[in-house]
Design a protein around this ligand. Structure first.
Ligand SMILES: [Zn+2]
Length: 358
């Protein structure tokens, strides 16, 4: 088939796949075909839309989101997609553009109606003063791992819901209901059901995003007891290790640390995406021997040599944790991901020497 004919046919097939172009027969409308670059985005879309969408997730939770191999099989999946959800901030710069270009799906390319950058509305941290990829830095627009803060999932759910409403307006109410149910579940998981019932999830979310939640919980009383006594969920669980210091392999826990009050004081990678030199590892040995860092968090997909060496030299505990759904057997969805991660961190940090300065 000549390329131009193939292109026309692929556009035609793509157009017919859109529910908005349902020719008006009595046939049931096709489900919106959503392609998510990463498992967390897919999990949020699935929580919002359930079986109203036909979901494909490209990367797995055990792959490094920065370095996914753009296999041709993904191109086939993209050709059929109505919406492409991406993390953005150049996290997928090495593999999503080759896939969308290979699929020739203009609607799923930046600027196209189906390209949904889920970083919209996120307060990005560690934004460099000037854009630079010097020395291989893979975070040129700031830290892209924003879904390690569950409250950012609320923002992403809103972005995905709006995109679904635009493309499938007939089901707008169902998507909105799905979003509300997801956000309610997220608030209850983060703050505890009791506190959400007393203070309201939206109020708690606003206080937490503004960085004033601690003050709100300590200065607001209900029935003579401060609201803090009702704090549960992941935040309640993490109170036991608040203020403690950890080291991470990659710079991917900044949002998590801000939300849960732990401190990431150094990284195995000297720059995001760059493996450590022997000299850098010696610097980390000196840092770890100060004794305030008892836990090193690493990922399923990075090399073990450096973390094994640091554990051997300093006795630091090394814990491999996922940051994406599917990155561990327990992380079956976005909620179980945080159940697992918070359980493991509390277990690993409990009983460790208290961090200095608390
Ligand atoms: Zn990164």
């Amino acid at each position: 088939m000549k390329p131009i004919i193939r292109l026309l046919m692929s556009c035609l097939v793509g157009t017919l796949a859109l529910p908005a172009f349902d020719p008006g027969t009595m046939a049931a409308p096709e489900r919106v075909k959503v392609v998510a670059s990463l498992p967390n985005l897919g999990a949020i879309a699935s929580a919002v839309a359930g079986d109203k969408i036909d979901l494909t997730v490209i990367a797995s939770g055990t792959q490094d989101a920065h370095f996914v191999d753009p296999k041709p099989s993904y191109i086939v999946k993209l050709r059929k997609g109505d919406l492409l959800l991406v993390n953005g901030l150049d996290l997928e710069i090495g593999w999503v553009p080759p896939l969308t270009q290979g699929a020739r799906t203009a609607r799923l390319m930046p600027g196209g109606p189906g390209f949904i950058d889920c970083s919209a509305g996120i307060r990005v941290v560690e934004v460099p003063l000037s854009l630079s990829r010097t020395e291989g830095d893979v975070h040129p627009y700031g830290n892209p791992h924003y879904l390690t803060d569950p409250l950012n999932a609320e923002i992403v759910a809103g972005t995905i819901t709006e995109a679904l409403k635009r493309i499938d307006s007939a089901s707008a109410q169902a998507y909105e209901d799905g979003r509300r149910a997801f956000v309610r579940q997220l608030h209850e998981a983060l703050f505890g059901k009791d506190l959400v019932n007393l203070a309201g999830g939206a109020k708690l979310s606003r206080e937490a995003l503004a960085g004033t939640l601690d003050n709100f919980l300590d200065t607001t009383s209900i029935g003579g007891a401060p609201l803090r006594t009702h704090l549960g969920g992941w935040l309640g669980k993490m109170q036991a290790v608040k203020g403690k210091s950890v080291m991470t392999y990659h710079r991917d826990y900044s949002y998590f640390a801000d939300r849960f009050g732990i401190r990431v004081v150094d990284y195995v990678e000297p720059k995001p995406g760059i493996q450590p030199s022997a000299k850098h590892l010696e610097k980390l040995v000196v840092r770890l021997k100060q004794g305030d860092i008892t836990l090193l968090l690493t990922r399923p997909y990075v090399e073990h040599r450096s973390t094994d060496y640091l554990a051997e030299r300093t006795g630091v505990k090394v814990l491999t944790l996922p940051i994406e759904v599917g990155g561990a057997p327990e992380a079956t969805d976005y909620f179980h991901l945080f159940d697992h991660v918070t359980d493991q961190i509390v277990k690993a940090l409990s009983g460790a020497a208290p961090a200095a300065g608390r």
